[in-house]
Design a protein around this ligand. Structure first.
Ligand code: PLP
Length: 249
């Protein structure tokens, strides 16, 4: 129901505001991104008509399915799922403005070639696996600087920061440790002073842990469940795509 979404957005915006106040941050520093996997175009529309401007899908298939219904409402579309290289052309076709899940050199190379071909550029975040879980994508924290350096060489890719998925269903302090890893990497990369690299954005925090993420410096929190309700598929359906990974590379 529409009212639920309105109500949930009010609650989320209040949570963001309170978290900013408590950590002495300006509310303008934190953007709310709606993670819309499994959510119908109609319900996404409701959120967009209620002032939201930033949404993201995990799967190219869903991006495609909802595209026509949403294209006339102004908004930004990010991509936050594992991106297979054979889906890159779709990402461009459906107007994604930022790939938050850039986690390997091969993907950067192929994305760059396609962008060159179409005379376009793309914002990207380097996705880091801060939780050390097999099931999640993201570059190993020890390799993140090296990957950033390499990706910075591709003129069409505009690196804007880092993204991570924190530990799921864990104690707050363990989740916080993940976010601290990302914040520290951001500092190290800034220190490296790499040309063509901006490190403003830290995309971290979801429905259950956005307060912790904001305390640790998040500039984008990605929220699904707390706005749209529980999903029927478990998150492992989106995150635990180990066999997809192997098939592709
Ligand atoms: C689903 C998803 C989210 C949102 O998770 P919720 O717990 O539903 O808020 C955030 N980031 C990524 C990468 C996701 O896949």
């Amino acid at each position: 129901m529409k009212e639920d979404i309105f109500h949930n957005l009010t609650i989320i915006n209040n949570r963001i505001k309170t978290a900013c106040e408590q950590s002495g941050r300006n509310i303008d520093e934190v953007k709310l991104l709606l993670a819309t996997k499994t959510v119908s175009a109609d319900r996404i529309k409701t959120a967009l008509e209620h002032g939201q401007t930033l949404i993201a899908e995990n799967k190219v298939q869903e991006l495609k399915e909802k595209y026509d219904d949403l294209k006339n409402i102004p908004h930004d579309n990010h991509f936050i799922g594992h991106l297979q290289t054979n889906k890159i052309k779709d990402i461009l076709k459906y107007d994604v403005t930022c790939v938050q899940s850039l986690d390997r050199l091969e993907l950067a190379e192929k994305l760059h070639l396609r962008l060159l071909n179409e005379n376009k550029t793309m914002d990207v975040l380097i996705q880091v696996n801060t939780s050390n879980e097999e099931s999640k994508f993201g570059v190993d924290p020890n390799k993140a600087i090296e990957l950033t350096q390499k990706v910075s060489g591709f003129s069409t890719l505009k690196i804007k920061g880092l993204m991570t998925i924190g530990l799921f269903n864990a104690e707050t302090e363990k989740i916080r440790a993940c976010f601290k890893i990302l914040k520290n990497l951001q500092k190290e990369i800034i220190h490296e002073n790499i040309p063509n690299v901006e490190m403003k954005e830290l995309s971290m925090g979801m429905s259950g842990d956005l307060e912790t993420a904001i305390e640790e410096g998040a500039t984008i929190v990605r929220v699904g469940t707390a706005v749209f309700g529980k999903r029927i598929y478990p998150d492992s359906y989106y995150w635990n795509e180990g066999d997809v990974k192997n098939k592709e590379e």
